[in-house]
Design a protein around this ligand. Structure first.
Ligand code: ZN
Length: 61
């Protein structure tokens, strides 16, 4: 059977073969710290400085 679709999903979850350095830049709304996180880990992003979850996308300048 074909595993093409499942393979694509697995690649997307694991970061794939062409998105290893595909990162998002976030800015903490509480302390202003900027930090990067891989796009594949957008859920539950926290500020590494103050642990706040009130962060926003800072790459869309
Ligand atoms: Zn912070």
């Amino acid at each position: 059977m074909s595993v093409g679709l499942l393979g694509s999903i697995a690649d997307a979850i694991s970061g794939g073969s062409d998105g290893d350095d595909d990162v998002f830049t976030y800015e903490c709304a509480s302390c202003g710290t900027e930090f990067d996180r891989p796009k594949t880990r957008m859920i539950g992003v926290r500020c590494p400085n103050c642990r706040s979850m009130d962060v926003r996308d800072a790459s869309d300048a």
